[in-house]
Design a protein around this ligand. Structure first.
Ligand SMILES: Cc1cc2nc3c(=O)[nH]c(=O)nc-3n(C[C@H](O)[C@H](O)[C@H](O)COP(=O)(O)OP(=O)(O)OC[C@H]3O[C@@H](n4cnc5c(N)ncnc54)[C@H](O)[C@@H]3O)c2cc1C
Length: 364
């Protein structure tokens, strides 16, 4: 029997889990994926890696600034004397139409070993169950929640935090309609997400030379393009790595573009179209990669978030939802929502002293 089961090992889930774990609760975190981080995702490929989810952290907001400070001094597991986060090459190698006219560009922090390292940092000391998709949550006679997994395994906890995108939370919680209030499910129903397609594309090592000719500053931007219907962002991902051997770009689609391919079985035509568009916008050879991979984010960015920092079911057995769709968005929103969810759970349990924002220093 655990005190708290957290469903979802993204930034929100890991934040709430750390809060409660550091306060002395017996916590378990469950995730359907093989690794932690959720949308803070890094794929290992072709002898290197690519960030196909979170691109970088910007010091926007008190909590993220603190997180960045801790991660800059915390030594990476892989490279003894380097911090997990570093300032991305200055200038940054990215193209983003919406920001072309922005005068205040903040520094961007990246993890040379992949952005997923920041999620791994938050796992320190936590009990994890990975590769376990929660299929059902049911209240038991012993005043606890029962979690049933796709596989045969099960677990029991006195409280549950559902730290996954609202539409997925709804699918999981709708069968509990007799146990949880209708308003709670209705609130979940109001939340909407935009999808996004991410293409990772690698180019011959010889192209590295072409990039060194790119004038300092952004890649050859077309200053008159302030919006594109297909592409939302292009980044030279390999410029985040120490000594890149070949150029590797990550392209992110707009929501409108991704919606056209939401249920497509074969995403290769979408990838080809995105690469062609990148070639038109930026560098002609971008449409001829040596290899590419594509990833579909069905729930990428909350387009209609909830006006609350977490969502409390108000049931006799504590049940709280949180995530970037509560109160804000992006990583900062996810962390703040995790903090708020921990406060709510604690109020309904043993009213212990929670670490609050200092949970990050405790990990460092
Ligand atoms: C392409 C892309 C680029 C982005 N770029 C930026 C950026 O530059 N800056 C920024 O601040 N933010 C960015 N974001 C957003 C940021 O990544 C998210 O806001 C944040 O990571 C959300 O964290 P979360 O914990 O709320 O949810 P998630 O990261 O989605 O975590 C939810 C977890 O729940 C798990 N899960 C779902 N259902 C179940 C189930 N039934 N059982 C068990 N586990 C389950 C999932 O596997 C996942 O690990 C980007 C996102 C995307 C997709």
């Amino acid at each position: 029997m655990f005190d708290v089961a957290v469903i979802g090992a993204g930034i929100a889930g890991l934040t709430v889990a750390q809060q409660l774990h550091q306060a002395g609760y017996k916590v378990v975190v469950v995730d359907k994926s093989r690794g932690v981080g959720g949308r803070v995702a890094t794929r290992r490929l072709q002898g290197t890696c690519a960030d196909h989810g979170l691109r970088y952290l910007e010091p926007q907001g008190q909590l993220i600034e603190k997180f960045i400070d801790v991660l800059r001094v915390k030594q990476s597991d892989f490279e003894g004397n380097r911090g997990i986060l570093q300032v991305w090459t200055n200038p940054v190698y990215e193209w983003e139409p919406a920001k072309l006219n922005s005068s205040s560009i903040l520094p961007r922090y990246v993890a040379p070993m992949g952005m997923n390292a920041i999620a791994k940092f938050l796992v320190t000391g936590l009990e994890m169950r990975l590769n376990q998709r929660v299929q059902e949550i049911t209240p038991t006679d012993e005043k606890a929640w029962h979690l049933t997994f796709e596989q045969t395994d099960k677990l029991t906890a006195k409280a549950v935090v559902v730290a996954i995108p609202a539409p997925q939370a709804l699918m999981l919680l709708e069968p509990l309609a007799k146990t949880i209030p209708t308003e709670f499910l209705d609130s979940l129903r109001t939340v909407e997400f935009d999808p996004c397609l991410s293409v990772m594309a690698g180019y011959p090592a010889s192209r590295q030379q072409d990039l060194s000719n790119v004038e300092t500053g952004n890649l050859r931007l077309q200053p008159d393009v302030t919006r594109d219907s297909d592409l939302a962002w292009i980044g030279l991902d390999s410029s985040k790595r120490p000594n890149p051997q070949m150029p590797l770009f990550v392209l992110q689609s707009t929501a409108e573009f991704a919606k056209r391919y939401l249920d497509a079985e074969d995403l290769n035509p979408a990838a080809s179209q995105m690469l062609s568009r990148a070639a038109q916008l930026l560098i002609p050879w971008l449409d001829s990669p040596e290899w590419f991979q594509i990833h579909r984010w069905r729930y990428a960015f909350p387009s209609r978030p909830l006006d609350r920092d977490c969502l409390d079911a108000g049931t006799p057995l504590p049940l709280i939802c949180c995530g970037d769709w509560c109160g804000g968005n992006l990583v900062e929103g996810a962390m703040n929502s995790g903090l708020a969810a921990a406060v709510k759970i604690n109020q309904q349990m043993e009213m212990r002293s929670l670490p609050g924002e200092s949970f990050l220093e405790a990990l460092a």
